[in-house]
Design a protein around this ligand. Structure first.
Ligand code: TYC
Length: 103
């Protein structure tokens, strides 16, 4: 066989998780100071939630400590978490949204 005869071995493998970018969770963290209505207002404004969904997500964080708001691409998750946290900060509240990769 000369150098020019390159034998290409077909690579067949199952799709691995590495092929797709990881998704990120935006998490709402409870605190003792931010008014409930303010949290719902932020969820509606930043995450386009209905009053009902916003109230349910807010109450989950209020009762359990945290609540998953949305799962999306990393850059969107980080931008929205900052936007929502900043709305609280501007109003003088310690409202906090964090992000973490999905398992
Ligand atoms: N715990 C707050 C209160 O009782 C309301 C609240 C709920 C604040 C959820 C933050 O992520 C939060 N006023």
């Amino acid at each position: 066989m000369s150098d020019k005869d390159v034998v290409v071995k077909p690579k067949i493998r199952t799709r691995r998780k590495l092929d797709r970018p990881r998704l990120y969770k935006v998490i709402l963290v409870n605190d003792d100071y931010t008014p409930r209505e303010f949290v719902v207002m932020v969820l509606k404004a930043v995450f386009r939630m209905s009053e009902e969904t916003g109230y349910r997500v807010m109450m989950t964080a209020h009762k359990l400590g945290t609540s998953v708001v949305v799962v999306c691409a990393r850059d969107i998750a980080e931008t929205k978490a900052k936007e929502a946290t900043d709305l609280g900060k501007e109003a003088g509240f310690p409202l906090l949204f964090t992000t973490e990769p999905e398992e």
